[in-house]
Ligand binder design. Structure first.
Ligand SMILES: [Zn+2]
Length: 191
């Protein structure tokens, strides 16, 4: 199951041709509920901002803007990945307000990643993209399919000191740890 909402999740929605979709699938019921009240507006983006669900549209009525604010507030209690009860998690405070990394997550998904920094750009010639492609195809072989591979790359791994594999792929040394661990899993040597 994809981690993020896709066009296929919203049949019949009035999405702009270049709509930006970067919100977790746990928020899909909230998005569907919101779109039902916004059917006369064009949807420009469905995204995560500061841990909350934000839907950008062409200008609507005052009532529609209130509705969008309500949905945004409601999303701060729903895990963006699974839709169970969640809470806003952040790195620290700056001027008394949550700062740094923000995500609304349930307990099980606290450490998960959804948006690896610019690494999903298939045509990015950087070595990060190469390491990601290489690790993904190896994980696909080990776990049997692409979705299982992606989910593994996004979640903390016990054999990697609870680090998230995709975070390690930003350095060559980290890539080698992931690659080696995948080789061990492939041989059935987990510990
Ligand atoms: Zn969750």
């Amino acid at each position: 199951m994809p981690l993020l909402i896709t066009r296929a999740d919203l049949p019949g929605a009035n999405l702009a041709a270049d709509v930006r979709l970067s919100a977790g699938r746990g928020w899909l019921p909230l998005v569907r509920e919101a779109l039902a009240d916004l059917s006369d507006l064009k949807i420009l983006a469905i995204r995560e901002d500061a841990g909350a669900l934000v839907i950008d549209t062409t200008r609507g009525s005052a009532a529609q803007r209130v509705r969008l604010a309500e949905i945004r507030a409601a999303s701060l209690h729903v895990c963006e990945l699974c839709g169970r009860r969640g809470e806003l998690i952040y790195e620290g405070l700056k001027d008394g307000r949550p700062a740094g990394w923000h995500r609304t997550r349930c307990v099980a998904h606290r450490e998960w990643r959804t948006c690896p920094p610019q690494m999903w750009l298939a045509n990015d010639p950087s070595s990060n993209a190469w390491r990601l492609a290489s690790a993904t195809s190896k994980a696909e072989v080990v776990f049997g399919d692409r979705q299982a591979a992606v989910e593994w790359l996004m979640a903390p791994a016990i054999g990697l000191n609870r680090e998230v594999p995709i975070d390690l792929l930003t350095t060559q040394a980290g890539y080698e740890l992931v690659d080696d661990y995948l080789s061990r899993i492939g041989r059935g040597v987990y510990c």
